[in-house]
Design a protein around this ligand. Structure first.
Ligand code: ZN
Length: 437
């Protein structure tokens, strides 16, 4: 009895000690300083010899007065590089990560994956995403709430990855043929207004940050864009999401779903090609974000055999890309706001920012393209006061690139040398980087 009590006492002491020391780490206010040769703050200023003072996971101050740095703190010297805010990818599928397992097509790897295994594997995609300079993602569709698990593991510091804003199941219509023996209802299937309302509420109850609705056909090597949901169903989803203070993204490969999504009040329209002028005009007027995801079809073309698409996919995808680009060009010209979304899935993680190259092709300057992945992405998340810029009070998410991304967007795509997320260095590929700085 006594022994038991003694052992229990010791255990409690050990657990308490462990608990205390574990808690001390994030609570400790560690001030550090990062110096950049140039810094694009996404707020309209290009700094020369910028000093960013970081307190814990937040930016305390940005200054060009190097003497303003507090004495005796860690200094990370990136004066050879250009600093950017941590980038935001507004469309990912982090938990549809696959590897290069020999002989197993990527599509096959996605059939009933064990959630715990899939979330564990997805850490690799998360690291590659960080290495591309992406420190925040809006993840638009997962199974079995793997996205919620992954988001929470990252927020708890148990997994290293970008900050995730997730949707749980995307909503989609019944698209499985009738079977006498019945088809088990999959999460996210919702037909008609009442079911749509239920499905939106379910995602929010499960912990979703944002709602995703599939308003048309089209995915993988299928580039059809037939509208699936009706305007009334979209309107119901939008209103219910907004009632809970959540934003909603509506997927549409074709123009009809996009037209109804915009008029229903969606916060963003994903993918859409061939949008008519009236819809584009309406998007500009309402401030609806366009996330064209042009580059993901390039990825599918490059990797379709590995993924396991049936022959003929290359031609279909090849024909879709110019329509997508042309729609982006027209929308940009009309003043529609863009957010960068890669639609990264399978092995695409790490290629998240290639979309910016297409945006420049669509008529943006490199700076305008970078805005889609910073201030615009943050506003689409409703986090414009804490993400997407380098300024006091913002999260200490920083990227160092070698070269001038404002004159050549490829610098942001290919020359990421160092990444900080939440005040911690998560990527360091500098040559001769001193071990402890
Ligand atoms: Zn997607």
């Amino acid at each position: 009895m006594r022994w038991n009590r003694l052992i229990l006492g010791v255990l409690v002491a050990v657990v308490l000690a462990a608990h205390t020391s574990a808690q001390e780490k994030p609570a400790a206010k560690v001030v550090k300083v990062v110096r950049f040769g140039k810094l694009w703050d996404a707020k309209g200023k290009l700094w020369t010899n910028a000093t960013v003072v970081i307190d814990g996971n937040k930016i305390l101050n940005v200054t060009s007065d190097s003497s303003a740095a507090p004495a005796g703190v860690e200094v990370i010297d990136l004066s050879k590089y250009t600093g950017l805010p941590g980038l935001i990818d507004a469309h990912t599928h982090m938990t549809f990560y696959t590897d290069e397992t020999p002989g197993v097509p990527l599509l096959k790897q996605m059939i009933n994956p064990v959630p715990a295994v899939e979330v564990f594997l997805a850490r690799k995609g998360a690291l590659r995403t960080l290495a591309a300079g992406v420190t925040t993602v809006r993840d638009l569709g997962a199974d079995q709430y793997m996205d919620i698990a992954m988001r929470d593991l990252i927020n708890r510091g148990e997994m290293i990855g970008p900050r995730m804003f997730v949707c749980g199941y995307g909503l989609y219509i019944t698209a499985t043929p009738f079977k006498k023996e019945g088809t088990p209802p999959a999460g996210g299937i919702a037909d008609g207004v009442p079911e749509v309302l239920r499905a939106v509420r379910q995602q929010i109850a499960a912990g979703a940050d944002v709602i995703k609705m599939y308003g048309s056909t089209g995915t993988d090597d299928d580039v059809t864009g037939f509208e699936t949901y009706t305007f009334e169903e979209m309107k119901a989803a939008v209103d219910m999401a907004h009632q809970f203070g959540k934003k909603i993204a509506i997927h549409s490969y074709g123009p009809d779903g996009a037209r109804d999504a915009v008029r229903a009040g969606a916060d963003s329209v994903e993918h859409a090609t061939d949008m008519d002028d009236a819809t584009i005009h309406e998007m500009a007027k309402r401030g609806t974000y366009y996330v064209p995801t042009i580059d993901h079809n390039r990825y599918y073309i490059d990797n379709g055999d590995k993924i396991g698409y049936a022959p003929g996919y290359k031609e279909r995808l090849q024909a879709f890309i110019p329509r997508n680009l042309e729609t982006a060009r027209r929308a940009f010209k009309a003043g529609v706001k863009f957010a960068m979304g890669s639609d990264a899935i399978y092995t695409m993680f790490g290629e998240n920012t290639r979309e910016l190259g297409w945006f420049v092709k669509a008529g943006m300057t490199p700076e305008q393209a970078l805005q889609t992945a910073t201030v615009n992405g943050a506003a689409l998340l409703g986090k414009e006061k804490e993400l997407g810029a380098v300024a006091p009070g913002y999260f200490a998410d920083l990227v160092a690139v070698e070269g001038d991304p404002l004159s050549d967007i490829n610098v942001a795509l290919n020359n990421v040398k160092w990444v900080m997320k939440d005040g911690a260095v998560v990527v360091d590929r500098r040559q001769n980087a001193a071990a402890g700085h």
